[in-house]
Design a protein around this ligand. Structure first.
Ligand code: NAD
Length: 701
């Protein structure tokens, strides 16, 4: 049963019971409607209480039904709420824990609301690129007041019930429950059983809390604010217009306006992308052959080898989560430097008011250091973040094999080395796994979990669970050069290089990429990360794949010592202490000479061509990764790019974008690119998976 019905004296109690958060799926809606009808028909019943079992009143729509016909099947949420509102007996919502989205809208259709303290109340639809479509935009301004309702609807953020109860003149909560919620709700139901007419939120006037508010001026100001803050997302402004309708229109017309807004948003690519990302994030945790109930190993103490850029950032993740960390280095100076950097990072957060002194002290007290492997043997997990040289890794893993207790997980943060080779430096390859953090490791959401040939299932399950604890988006990758993210970015960088050869300036490519929505174009990105890193990788590639074509422009840049921001010169010029990228005449001249040497006449290249070559190179390489089983699913690739590479969220990731463009169109464009003699025709042959999907008229998702 997804909702139960029981009689307490003269009151019928309908309890939503659809774990985990009492989502308002079709079966639940049917059960609530049946309960209301039963109460109507029973002359002995004088009032109704609706509440939720377990850890929520209701978290809102049932995400499993999203986009399916079930979401709209009758009774849909609007019909159910109308039924509740039209009930001839008073209906009381007894709200606790979580009351969000459709759950809040249902409660607003009830005649009375009583809430427990500490309830998180929200209309989060905007986060999926939508607006609350079951009356929320019309009833919340009437119940709570226009200004706070607008804030909640446009931000989607939860607000605590006791704060809402303090809003002057609010009618959202008739009462805050003191003591047991159910006892208080039943008492309220008895008390109002005979009160008529029944109060309905729809009959209230949407009112401003501020006296003498000028609605036109208020909404114009809000439009400017919201429009400025939500540039690439249409939903927040639509939310605002729906709230404005609650002030300017009659209730039923406002509901129609809300419906129209909801329907319009539902078909926007932005909402499609946000909903895709929402499900993609949840899907990352599933590993086909590792059942969800796989037992995990206990992780209570962590050791980190190497206290450099990555070691320090990695350690902070665990300190933040309250887990003790011991850092090991070869020299005391390196340890001191590492600890000082961590402290400096925390102090910067303290200054910004993001961290309190006692938290800072608590975190630092969880950190210890050592020069001696004997001190880390009892750690449950050790993460290696030493120099990226196979010999150094070998020495470290041989040591770890000697000292670590049986069952300890041995992880490497390597970006480019063969994880299977590293695992085989030990006598326990089943305990070895890759944990590929991104820099800065304490900030970036992405964690690639690299599954070696021998990695045990419970090791994977443990690391995935731990990732959740430290709030990372963990994506499983098989072993290959560059794993998912960097193997794809190499193709993207190659395209960026060809674009320079053919006539683009670095700034033109960056502008086009940034206009598309990338946080940073490829050349500004290179300057930030250090162009020497790519240089080192290419030198290796020239040995491994002598026939693979590369633009030589990036090598020429590095030969000039222009490594990027750290040398105050890269693709751009930089002034001391500043990050502004200034187009460089030296680079322009270098590129001119380079083109002349290759006898290339530069051509005008459109922003569309730039963006499509960059993005489709990601897509085609990812299709190979899927075919090879390195990536589990296309949506995992999207999560890698959304959380680790600054791909615009409103486009949903490269694979989602390709689906939206249409894979047929993507392949057509690739065929055109293949004809360009200055590009790499072989690379642009559609990956077999991509070709198959196009032939079958399918998408990645
Ligand atoms: P880093 O040079 O900043 O730090 C490496 C640290 O390891 C140094 O402090 C060094 O003293 C220490 N070290 C070297 N040999 C050691 C040994 N035998 N025992 C103990 N400590 C030793 O380098 P980093 O940028 O932190 O990179 C570390 C690892 O992380 C590399 O494998 C790298 O590929 C990987 N990685 C780096 C990034 C990045 O953006 N920097 C991103 C992802 C992964």
């Amino acid at each position: 049963m997804t909702a139960t019905y029981e009689v307490r004296g003269q009151v019928a109690v309908i309890t939503l019971n659809n774990p985990p958060v009492n989502g308002m799926g079709l079966v639940t809606r049917q059960a609530v409607a049946a309960g209301i009808n039963r109460a109507e028909d029973d002359a002995a019943i004088k009032a109704v209480v609706i509440t939720g079992a377990g850890a929520a009143f209701s978290g809102g729509a049932d995400i499993k039904e999203f986009g399916s016909p079930k979401a709209l099947a009758e009774p849909n949420l609007l019909s159910l709420i109308s039924l509740v509102e039209a009930c001839s007996k008073p209906v009381v919502a007894a709200i606790h824990s979580v009351c969000m989205g459709g759950g809040l809208e249902l409660s607003l259709g009830c005649h009375y609301r009583i809430a427990a303290a500490g309830t998180k109340v929200a209309l989060p639809e905007v986060k999926l690129g939508l607006l609350p479509g079951a009356g929320g935009t019309q009833r919340l301004p009437r119940a709570l007041g226009v200004e706070p309702a607008l804030n909640m609807i446009v931000s989607g953020e939860p607000v605590n019930s006791e704060l809402l109860a303090q809003v002057p003149g609010q009618k959202l909560f008739d009462r805050m429950a003191e003591g047991d919620l159910m006892t208080a709700a039943l008492a309220l139901a008895e008390e109002v059983a005979d009160v008529r007419p029944l109060p309905r939120v729809r009959d209230l006037k949407a009112r401003f809390i501020e006296k003498n508010a000028n609605p036109d001026a208020f909404f114009q100001f809000a439009r400017n604010m919201v429009g400025g803050m939500s540039k690439n997302f249409p939903a927040p402004l639509r939310c605002l217009e729906a709230v404005a309708a609650s002030v300017t229109m009659k209730f039923d017309d406002g509901i129609k306006a809300e419906r129209a807004g909801f329907a319009a948003l539902m078909v926007t690519p932005e909402s499609g992308a946000l909903r895709h990302a929402f499900f993609a994030e949840r899907a990352t945790t599933k590993i086909a052959d590792v059942p969800a109930d796989t037992p995990v190993r206990q992780i209570a103490k962590i050791a980190v080898i190497g206290a450099g850029t990555m070691g320090g950032g990695i350690s902070m993740n665990f300190l933040n989560a309250g887990l003790p960390v011991v850092m090991l280095e070869t020299k005391q100076e390196a340890l001191d430097r590492g600890v000082a950097t961590i402290r400096k990072n925390y102090e910067a957060q303290l200054k910004k008011g993001k961290l309190k002194q006692d938290k800072l002290d608590a975190r630092m007290s969880l950190l210890s250091t050592t020069l001696n492997y004997a001190d880390i043997g009892d750690a449950d997990l050790v993460i290696e973040a030493v120099f990226e040289e196979i010999g150094v890794k070998q020495a470290v893993f041989k040591q770890l094999d000697e000292v670590m207790k049986p069952g300890a997980i041995l992880a490497s943060n390597t970006s480019t080395l063969d994880l299977n080779a590293i695992a085989n430096f030990t006598r326990r390859p089943q305990d070895v796994v890759g944990m590929h953090f991104f820099s800065p490791a304490n900030v970036m959401k992405l964690l690639e979990v690299v599954r070696g040939a021998a990695t045990a299932k419970d090791v994977l399950a443990t690391v995935m669970a731990l990732a959740k604890k430290i709030r990372k988006t963990a994506v499983v990758s098989g072993v290959c050069d560059g794993f998912i993210g960097n193997r794809m970015i190499e193709q993207y960088s190659r395209q960026a290089g060809f674009l320079l050869d053919e006539g683009c300036s670095p700034a033109q490519v960056d502008r086009a990429a940034e206009k598309f929505g990338f946080a940073m174009g490829p050349f500004r990105m290179g300057d930030l990360a250090g162009n020497d890193i790519g240089w080192a990788i290419r030198k290796r590639r020239y040995q491994e794949k002598p026939n693979l074509r590369y633009s030589k422009s990036a090598d020429l840049l590095c030969e000039l010592g222009r490594f990027g921001q750290k040398t105050q010169a890269g693709w751009y010029d930089y002034q001391a202490g500043k990050r502004d990228a200034i187009p460089s005449p030296v680079v322009a001249e270098m590129l001119d000479k380079h083109r002349a040497a290759l006898a290339i006449t530069p051509r005008q290249i459109s922003d569309d061509e730039i963006v499509h070559r960059l993005v489709y190179s990601l897509v085609n390489e990812a299709a190979h990764l899927l075919e090879e089983g390195i990536a589990q699913r296309a949506s995992d690739v999207d999560m890698v790019y959304l959380t680790g590479y600054g791909f615009p969220l409103w486009r949903g990731g490269p694979m989602c974008y390709a689906d939206q463009v249409g894979l047929f169109n993507v392949v057509q464009a690739m065929k055109r690119f293949a004809k360009n003699p200055l590009d790499d025709a072989e690379f642009w042959q559609p990956a077999p998976l991509l070709a198959r999907l196009v032939a079958a008229g399918k998408t990645f998702s």
